[in-house]
Design a protein around this ligand. Structure first.
Ligand SMILES: O=C(O)CCC(=O)C(=O)O
Length: 230
């Protein structure tokens, strides 16, 4: 198992919290239906950074309750560093490996100035490929990772953290319109969707000023949500 001697971080000992009703379930489901219709013909599974081009995502990342919950954690000035839409089609194998949201080949995020949100547009119960988390894993800090196999990388999540085969994690089922706030070091994964309908969720990395360290020394590309310090 991982060494857990580090700090609890912004989200306390478990490293995550359920965020109830950032929007109402009916509105979330209506959006999910539109996305399912738009992407059904090619069974598209991931869309990277929809907040840069798609109005629904620009609105979603500005949802008042979501932004207020993020501000409570990282302060008043908030920007989006990345978004990632995942559609898990029923019966299609799509495993997202154990990973941490705050580190990849391009950058790492200061866990005291950033937070990952996963927001559900459909109900995400255990059989529908909800997130599984390892509570307390954030205390180990960022862990070594490896690139996922080619199919996984094509799906846009290329980073896997090696975990023992016996590590199962805790499923966190949430309803449409709710979600999770996670420490950017929290190890999490999700399994395939064996429910009858598509499971749709958006991952959002929110940052405060100075949270992003780019490996090549460049400036991060951020979408400011609140504040002027950008
Ligand atoms: O939507 C999923 O099932 C996984 C999303 C996730 O873990 C991520 O984008 O970091």
């Amino acid at each position: 198992m991982v060494d857990e001697s580090g700090t609890d971080g912004l989200l306390g000992p478990d490293g995550y919290k359920v965020l109830s009703q950032w929007t109402n379930p009916a509105q979330a489901k209506a959006r999910a239906t539109e996305l399912v219709v738009a992407h059904r013909s090619e069974l598209r599974e991931v869309v990277a950074n929809p907040h840069l081009t798609q109005e629904w995502a620009q609105t979603l990342v500005r949802s008042a309750r979501l932004v207020a919950a993020v501000q409570e954690l990282i302060g008043p000035d908030v920007a989006v560093e990345n978004t990632f839409l995942v559609i898990k089609w029923p019966g299609q194998s799509f495993e997202v490996p154990w990973h941490q949201d705050g580190i990849n080949d391009r950058l790492d995020l200061d866990p005291d100035r950033s937070v990952a949100a996963w927001v559900a547009l459909t109900d995400a119960e255990s059989d529908a490929g909800c997130l599984h988390v390892l509570p307390g894993s954030q205390r180990a800090g960022y862990l070594p990772y490896k690139a996922e196999a080619a199919t996984g990388a094509a799906r846009g999540r290329a980073l896997g953290v090696r975990m023992g085969l016996d590590v199962r994690g805790v499923p966190v089922p949430v309803r449409a319109g709710s979600g999770l706030l996670m420490d950017t070091r929290l190890v999490h994964c999700s399994h395939s969707n064996n429910w009858v309908g598509a499971r749709v969720g958006l991952n959002v990395r929110f940052v405060a000023p100075g949270a992003v360290s780019m490996r090549d020394g460049s400036s991060p590309s951020l979408a400011p949500i609140t504040g002027t310090g950008w």
